[in-house]
Design a protein around this ligand. Sequence first.
Ligand code: HEC
Length: 204
Amino acid sequence: MKNNIKLFIIISTIALFSFACTNQEPLKPVSPNAELHYYQSKGVVKKIDLEKGKITIDHEDIPGYMSAMEMTEPFKDKAILENIKVGDKVDFEIERIGANITFTKLTKIGEVAIINGAEIYKTNCSECHGANGEGAKKGIPLISGHALHHSQDEHIKQVTDGEANKMPNFKDKLKAEEIKAVVDYVRNEIQKGAVREDSHQHSH
Ligand code: HEC
């Protein structure tokens, strides 16, 4: 009987001690055996960088972890990228240990049309304005003269409503966001390097 009591005390002491120890673990901010968490959400694949082993996803809220934003993080295994391309809408899963996030699953659930100003220009504008805005028989150059005197809003209006009789209007052919994309392309790429002048000095 005495022995039983001794044994009981020993066991309770060990139990108490180990309980106290395990209880202390979570107090350390990042311990080597920090817990593994999994989260799921949806987003659009913006970039796939095979060299760095990272993907960029513009995601919705990740319940329990973070609100909607764009994030670039590594993926666990290249296999999860099979059948996935930029512009795909995906269901995804991430694994988190401490502050380290890794994509563990991607499932394509749809596609998002990517509006590409350069493509829109090539298809709709280059015939008259030249592949690089140098001008052609039916259209004026966009890299010199008039075209450098206008604000972005004026350019959007010119493309939306047309100009005089020769510049066609695109309001029925292109969506507002496509017109904005092509005007951005003209202003940021085609007219890059050209000296833009104040639109107030000039009107026509
Ligand atoms: C059929 C030929 C033609 C096509 C196609 C065309 N343009 Fe034009 N564009 C013109 C002509 C001609 C003018 C000059 C109009 C004027 O001064 O009255 C012009 C004027 C402009 C201007 C105004 C420049 C200024 O100095 O006022 C912009 C900006 C422009 N075009 C952009 C575009 C874009 C972007 C596209 C494609 C979405 C496009 N154009 C397609 C013929 C064309």
